[in-house]
Design a protein around this ligand. Structure first.
Ligand code: ZN
Length: 126
């Protein structure tokens, strides 16, 4: 049986919708009229959402990092307060020890004077 090989040109019209959000995206379709290549760029809505999600995630991450750092600052402030109290207690202790040293030095001075005068009197008596 004889046969003929021929080429038929068919004009196909189609509509394109975003599979994610259903937005009509015909304006994002690029096609070469002679070839089979069809390029569809990502939907504007979904791109914007992805961008916003990215920002939101980054913002949430930074917010939680800020919260952590504020907690750390509060802990350190508490530690400083505790240390300040300890320092004040130690300073009081130092003051009372200095006062005790002064008392003892006065006692030493007094007993030296008494010892000296006793020795003087004894020496005179002898
Ligand atoms: Zn979409």
């Amino acid at each position: 049986m004889p046969s003929i090989c021929t080429t038929v040109e068919v004009d196909v019209e189609f509509e394109a919708f975003c599979a994610e959000c259903g937005e009509g995206i015909c304006h994002l379709v690029e096609s070469t009229h002679s070839g089979e290549n069809i390029r569809i760029t990502p939907c504007d809505n979904c791109l914007e959402n992805a961008r916003t999600e990215g920002y939101d995630e980054a913002e949430a991450e930074k917010d939680s990092e800020i919260d952590d750092l504020n907690e750390e600052i509060d802990d350190l402030k508490n530690t400083i307060e505790d240390r300040d109290e300890e320092i004040a207690e130690l300073e009081d202790k130092v003051d009372s020890l200095k006062a005790r040293i002064e008392e003892l030095e006065q006692e030493i001075d007094r007993s030296r004077e008494e010892g000296w005068s006793e020795g003087f009197i004894e020496g005179k008596a002898a």
